[in-house]
Ligand binder design. Structure first.
Ligand code: NAD
Length: 489
């Protein structure tokens, strides 16, 4: 039976007078929920409630604010399996992948518990005779995050804990394709008995997002999603005078050097390219083999693609789930066909496949295309599916030129046994997250998630100290007190 989802506004669950959209389980195509597409008037109520709550919340000492987060961490851990099942059912990934995503989210809750230390300012005594100067950090006010479908727990948790720990009030607008996880997260948050209005959940799509972008009381916008929408959100937020951090799409290359440990490289690249059905902004989608690495890697990655077990993410032994929607499946299959027509050779073709017992699901099996021309569309475009394109380079310099010939800059990786090659790659690759013998270079919560180029618009990234800086404004105080002290004491 499908569940009717609600918004969470001013401490209570509310039914929206709004059009509803169906949420489907990608493995079965069954409708599992109906999500409201919240209109601007209701968004305004959420913003105004958050603004009212901010007046008190900002004065609650940081050490007290983080006590809620300590409790939230334990509630998340107790609910791990239930949350993971929800993620798998609405997003399609495997249960193990859902657990892993939750753990990365919880890491952010833990890191934000350090906010009393992380948001400290600094000061100097006697910047001039009898004058002291201080820098303090203050919260912004109402802040909002707009998140994508592919990590429905982790990505909201890149923002929410830092935002409220630093004294802001926070509104989440989750993906309308995977909103059930947020409803579960907010059911846990409701148990914390935070002051009403500190956390708000508004469901919806473009209309809801635009209402947040245009409301004058929203001070900052965090966004994660595709590049065209990231650019749009960044420019509209900026035009309205808001602070914004917008993470976009990706096309991540991995370089395989001769002499790399081939069995390890194959296993890790296969996990990176096909894990989460390739629907990960840190998925490796282009593998560039250098010199003699070409044949061995092409053979072993093709075998790994063929052997990957695809199915419903809650079934035992499944290694890869479905893609998010019928439209997404059709788009990925069309791009695979386009790659073949642009001159690539299909080593493994994952189109037109199905899983027994789940024939209605949105299945695309692992696909490997060899000899993808660097100038082809397939080499540039984000496919966001389990598709790996192979390219070849004579030497590391040429491989790095291919790595840098993309507009995206989320991640670049190298597999090598040479420290010199790794060092050159680290210095010259144009990407903000670098992996060395690592296939998904996801920064821990205490490092910034450092996309570059078309993968990020803004300057302060999500997570860690960047998150704290993004959600606070600096205030500098220059201070003189008349005193009759003696200069000798
Ligand atoms: P999306 O851009 O379609 O949607 C993201 C969010 O924007 C959703 O909440 C959606 O409701 C909203 N939205 C969509 N269209 C809009 C519009 N026209 N106006 C205003 N709001 C709009 O992205 P998606 O398909 O949910 O997620 C996949 C994308 O996210 C991929 O491109 C992936 O690379 C990217 N992603 C990036 C990162 C990163 O860290 N850089 C992380 C995860 C996902």
């Amino acid at each position: 039976m499908s569940e009717l989802l609600l918004n969470y506004i001013n401490g209570s669950w509310q039914r929206a007078d709004a059009p509803y959209q169906s949420v489907r389980n990608p493995a079965t195509a069954e409708v599992i929920a109906e999500v409201p597409l919240t209109p601007a008037e209701v968004v305004a109520q959420a913003v105004e409630g958050a603004h009212a709550a901010f007046q008190e919340w900002r004065h609650v000492p940081a050490a007290e604010r983080v006590q809620y987060l300590f409790r939230f961490k334990f509630l998340l851990e107790d609910a791990l399996d239930d949350l993971a099942r929800t993620i798998t059912n609405e997003c399609g990934k495997t249960h193990a992948e859902s657990i892993a995503e939750l753990q990365r989210g919880i890491e952010n809750v833990e890191t934000a518990c350090g906010v009393p230390l992380l948001m400290q300012g600094y000061n100097n005594e006697d910047v001039a005779r009898g004058i002291d100067e201080h820098m303090i950090r203050q919260p912004l006010g109402v802040v909002a995050a707009i998140t994508p479908f592919n990590f429905p727990a982790m990505i909201p948790l890149w923002f929410l804990p830092y935002a409220i720990a630093t004294g802001n009030t926070f509104i989440l607008k989750p993906s309308e394709r995977t909103p059930m996880t947020s409803a579960k997260l907010f059911a846990l948050l409701d148990q914390l008995k935070l002051p009403k209005g500190v956390l708000q959940l508004v469901n919806g799509s473009k209309v809801t997002v635009d209402a947040l972008l245009d409301h004058p009381l929203v001070r900052a916008i965090s966004f994660v999603g595709s590049t065209p929408v990231a650019k749009y959100v960044y420019s509209r937020a900026a035009a309205n005078g808001k602070r914004a951090q917008c993470q976009g799409g990706a096309k991540n290359p991995v370089v395989i050097m001769p002499g790399a440990e081939m069995e390890m490289a194959t296993r890790i690249v296969a996990d990176s390219a096909f894990g989460c059905a390739g629907q990960r902004c840190l998925a490796s989608s282009v593998a560039i083999t250098v010199g003699a690495a070409r044949q061995a890697f092409a053979e072993s990655i093709a075998e790994a693609a063929l052997n990957r077990v695809v199915g419903y993410g809650l079934d035992e032994g499944v290694q890869m789930g479905a893609v998010i929607s019928a439209e997404s499946k059709a788009r990925i299959e069309r791009l695979i066909g386009q790659g073949a027509s642009e001159g690539a050779q299909l080593l493994v073709d994952g189109r037109g496949k199905t899983v027994r017992g789940y024939e209605a699901g949105y299945w695309v099996f692992p696909t490997v295309l060899d000899g993808v021309p660097p100038e082809s569309q397939l080499a540039q475009i984000e496919i966001f599916g389990p598709v790996l394109s192979l390219m070849h380079a004579r030497d590391l310099d040429e491989a790095i030129r291919l790595v840098n010939a993309r507009s995206y800059g989320n991640m670049a990786c190298i597999f090598t046994s040479s420290g010199a090659a790794a060092r050159q790659f680290r210095a010259q690759a144009h990407a903000g997250n670098i992996g060395i013998n690592v296939g998904v270079a996801a920064p821990m919560a205490f490092y910034p998630f450092s996309g570059w180029g078309e993968s990020f618009f803004g300057d302060l990234h999500a997570q860690g100290k960047h998150g704290v800086e993004f959600y606070t404004q600096t205030k500098v105080v220059v201070e003189r007190w008349h005193s009759g002290w003696s200069r000798q004491f």
